[in-house]
Design a protein around this ligand. Structure first.
Ligand code: FE2
Length: 317
């Protein structure tokens, strides 16, 4: 497979797993195009043209050093210049994939957060409330990212002539869909301890638990009942608005499964009596990345995991 084929496969897998559904994403892209067509020549110059084709602004091809057949990939959760050097050291690495966004993908991270509005709406939060509260938070995230050194790792890849891409939301959506499908199949997830037990059976979480980073209850206690379990915080860029917990409770959500949670968000969840089970950050990221990497492994591509990625192949079962 070539670079662009790998990238397109990730985007398509992301769309398949996206809770919004294919049609809604097509509508979104169509709307973007219509808005673009109405821009002035000057405005078009700085427009992010890739966003017209790809719905995931945090996932990009960042450096093409050589457009060759990809046989070996170094994949990590965070790729820094250290991992770029590592790829050189490992040798014969045709492509480096970072899960967390870098370069242009990092600059545009906040744009994928729109996804959360639709997901919240599916769980019963009125769309006007979801959009209203998310808007503030999206702006806040965009301002926070603005100060970062976006191109640092991309520059390292360019200097060492290595192909680089980042795949964020498509992989997170694969993890979210996996968890949602599995949970819907179960009828014995009554209490938080049951939910915790279920998560701990997933290989990535089992592995993380060995170093003490397994799934944990952050709000609630083992004997508390789950109520309606929502997967609102696994995909969609980063944490949403803390003010949403109260609205989620009103919408009938009892328990949230998340990757990580800030203290401010935890306090709000507590105040709203929403249980929070934190599955784990790097382990949840690994789950989503693994589901995509299996597709590459099927094509005979060799995978070298690094930077926290707990590689589990579901092909060899
Ligand atoms: Fe992450």
């Amino acid at each position: 497979m070539k670079l662009k084929e790998i990238y397109n496969l990730a985007i398509n897998k992301g769309i398949e797993a996206d809770f919004r559904g294919k049609e809604e994403i097509e509508r979104l892209l169509k709307r973007r195009k219509e808005k673009y067509d109405k821009l002035s020549i000057e405005e078009k110059k700085s427009f992010d043209l890739e966003s017209l084709e790809d719905p995931y602004s945090d996932s990009r091809i960042l450096n093409i050093a050589e457009d060759k057949e990809i046989k070996k990939i170094l994949v990590g959760i965070d790729i820094d210049p250290a991992e770029i050097l590592l790829a050189k050291e490992v040798g014969k690495v045709d492509l480096i994939i970072s899960h967390h966004p870098l370069g242009k993908g990092l600059v545009h991270l906040s744009e994928v957060m729109e996804l959360q509005c639709d997901v919240l709406n599916q769980y019963g939060v009125p769309i006007n409330i979801a959009e209203g509260l998310m808007k503030e938070r999206i702006d806040e995230v965009a301002r926070g990212i603005n100060a970062k050194n976006h191109q640092r790792t991309v520059d390292a890849a360019r200097i060492l002539k290595l192909n680089l891409m980042c795949l964020h939301t498509p992989c997170d959506s694969l993890a979210a869909k996996f968890l949602k499908d599995q949970i819907e199949k179960k009828d014995n997830l009554i209490r938080l301890e049951d939910l915790l037990g279920f998560l701990k059976e997933i290989p990535e979480y089992k592995e993380a638990a060995k170093i003490g980073a397994g799934p944990k209850i952050f709000v609630g206690s083992p004997e508390r009942r789950c109520g309606k379990i929502a997967i609102t915080e696994i995909t969609g860029g980063t944490e949403g608005s803390p003010r949403l917990y109260e609205k989620m409770a009103q919408a009938g959500i009892g328990t949230i499964i998340g990757m990580h949670i800030s203290e401010e968000h935890k306090k709000e969840a507590e105040a709203a009596n929403i249980n929070v089970v934190i599955a784990g950050h790097i382990s949840s990221d690994s789950l989503g990345v693994n589901l995509f990497l299996d597709e590459l492994e099927k094509q005979g591509i060799q995978i070298v995991p690094c930077s926290g990625l707990i590689r589990v192949s579901r092909l060899r079962k």
